[in-house]
Write a protein that binds this ligand. Structure first.
Ligand SMILES: [Zn+2]
Length: 579
């Protein structure tokens, strides 16, 4: 049943688990984390019981390869990047309720339970297959352990079963001119027979299609990807030749040197981390069940579009074979964030080899999180790809958040504090123009909220800035800087109205730029509810209540300091030079 027909009691939000083999970059931030965080912060403000789970994805070939290349252990790799990404997310204001780890023993247990339920119901079968084997290293070469030429596009750096260049997926034996991709071993591998376990996805085709059919409200890009998969389901290999992963819970000698594939256990991390959260918060090992097994829970997944098949096909199929699990009510897949090359003026796909990806840590070390969050929300790749552009970053942040919203707040509060003894003035008789501004506020607040309910972050942000734009027009038309000399009553009414708009801006900015909202709330004596998984007061609608005359105000400080052009350009150049 879709959300349009049903009222839920609580909301569970997930962001795709990033690999702990490198620093998260702003492309990932736009896909899975910032849109989810904006949505979650908004829902917390409304008082909805909401839980936001994420964590590091710590198994799989990307981790072991990184360890081999650096001459350290996989454990050292994941400890380093779990800590680094966890800190970067926190500094950026991504407000997870838990940021867990798939290397936790509780995750092994959760994953093995998922596997065994699928196995016992006959959805997992053992198959014989041919895989690339290095005689030199005496081992099979899963995924990125082998490179070669893409059978679809001819790209020479394609990996085991997928091509980074054209996105094709293929059987590993189709790879042309294969070579081992291990430090010290680039030998030509041979095909060798082995066995692996396959998930019979076709068993779930009818149920998956019925579920997808029940959600016509989902984004077109997500539905397109999901239907292209559901019409062509076949057994998919869920184990790999590696010792770094969740052990296969079967008493079978073939299982000994293999592990469950990271694509199998990744999304199960959401369940693991909810279990751990319930234990941490209540000491209750069953608290998680209300979030995953109650039809009153609304489950929403956020991710970049490359992760859509896992959230619309694979993970839902696993859940269908478990005991009473709910399925997602919405799957929000975002398009890609490219990077504008300042020399060529063209948008490029961000890639590690080009060195053009901006890591979250790098940009956080140079710019305030609110400035980054504002700009990324304004270009969020919701329906088509977007490009990060340093000039646009500066122009939009300076021209909109600073000049429109920040400036209105600053001049309104400064003039009020100076002329009315630091308090919201008592209004005199309102005229049509005053009534119009106050009368629109409630609808404007609703407008931002409605866009967020539909996961339209860009539109919500535009509506928020528009509140500031209209308020500036009112301020300019009323000229309180002139009326204060000879008409105190008129000035009091004007600034009373302005204070009400400031109050609305404070709440509506909070999902996008939470640090600025907190400082503004402190200046005007408003408390923004923090919300919680248990729910809380409705601070969003509370913003429609006027700040009473006489409420104390603090002398404002600049909420959003402008970015200096020379500074931005120098940082952009440093980044281009690989600093
Ligand atoms: Zn290709």
């Amino acid at each position: 049943m879709s959300s349009n027909e049903k009222t839920f009691q609580r909301t569970l939000v997930t962001s795709a688990l990033p690999y702990a083999n490198g620093n998260v970059h702003i492309g990932q931030i736009c896909g899975a984390y910032l849109p989810a965080d904006v949505y979650v912060r908004y829902k917390r403000l409304t008082g909805t019981p909401i839980l936001y789970v994420c964590g590091s994805d710590e198994y799989g070939v990307p981790i072991t390869l990184k360890a081999l290349k650096e001459g350290i252990t996989p454990r050292e790799v994941i400890d380093r990047y779990h800590a680094a990404n966890s800190a970067a997310f926190a500094d950026f204001g991504i407000s997870f309720d838990i940021y867990g780890r798939t290397s936790w023993p509780i995750h092994t247990e959760t994953t093995q339970t998922f596997f065994l339920n699928l196995f016992r119901k006959g959805h997992i079968e053992k198959q014989t297959m041919q895989l690339w084997y290095s005689e030199q290293s005496k081992r099979f070469l899963p995924d990125r352990y082998v490179k070669g030429t893409c059978p679809k596009c001819g790209y020479e750096e394609a990996t085991g079963d997928e091509c980074e260049n054209c996105g094709a997926q293929y059987a590993t034996q189709e790879l042309i001119a294969p070579r081992a991709n291990i430090p010290g071993d680039s030998s030509t591998p041979v095909l060798k027979q082995t066995v692996h376990w396959f998930l019979r996805l076709q068993d779930f085709a009818d149920r998956l299609r019925a579920w997808l059919d029940s959600h016509p409200e989902w984004r077109a890009n997500v539905r397109g990807i999901a239907y292209s998969w559901v019409n062509d389901l076949r057994p998919r290999c869920i184990t790999r030749d590696t010792d770094w992963g969740v052990p296969i819970p079967l008493d079978d000698p073939d299982a000994r040197d293999k592990r469950l594939y990271v694509w199998f256990d990744n999304a199960i991390g959401y369940v693991t981390n909810t279990r751990q959260w319930g234990i941490d918060r209540y000491g209750d090992p069953h608290a998680w069940e209300m979030w995953w097994k109650s039809p009153d829970t609304r489950l929403i997944h956020f991710m970049g579009k490359d992760n859509v098949p896992f959230h619309t096909i694979l993970f839902p199929a696993y859940c269908m074979a478990q005991d009473g699990f709910i399925l997602a009510d919405n799957v929000i897949g975002n398009e890609y964030l490219n990077v504008l090359n300042r020399e060529t003026g063209r948008a490029e796909k961000g890639s590690k080899s080009k060195g053009n990806m901006v890591s979250l840590r790098w940009i956080l070390d140079r710019f305030h999180p609110d400035a980054i969050r504002y700009y990324l929300c304004s270009i969020m790749p919701e329906t088509k790809d977007a490009a990060f552009d340093w000039d646009e970053f500066m122009n939009r942040y300076n021209g909109e958040l600073c000049d429109v919203v920040g400036n209105f707040i600053h001049r309104s509060l400064t003039m009020t504090v100076k002329n009315f003894e630091g308090r919201v003035p008592s209004p005199g008789t309102m005229d049509e123009m005053d009534e119009a501004v106050l009368g629109e506020l409630s609808g404007q607040i609703d407008g931002v909220g409605e866009a967020l309910e539909q996961f339209r972050i860009r539109q919500a942000l535009e509506r928020f800035v528009d509140i500031g734009r209209k308020a500036n027009q009112y301020f300019d038309a009323r000229k309180p800087w002139a009326t204060r000399k000879n008409d105190v009553g008129r000035t009091a009414t004007t600034l009373y109205v302005c204070c009400q708009v400031v109050r609305a801006l404070c709440t509506t900015m909070a999902p996008f730029v939470p640090a600025g909202a907190e400082r503004l709330a402190d200046m005007i004596g408003v408390v923004l509810p923090k919300g919680s998984p248990e729910g809380g007061p409705d601070g969003w609608n509370e913003a429609k209540q006027p700040l009473p005359a006489g409420s104390p105000l603090k002398m404002p400080e600049v909420l959003f300091p402008k970015l200096d052009k020379d500074y931005v350009i120098s940082q952009a150049e440093q980044h281009a030079q690989g600093a």
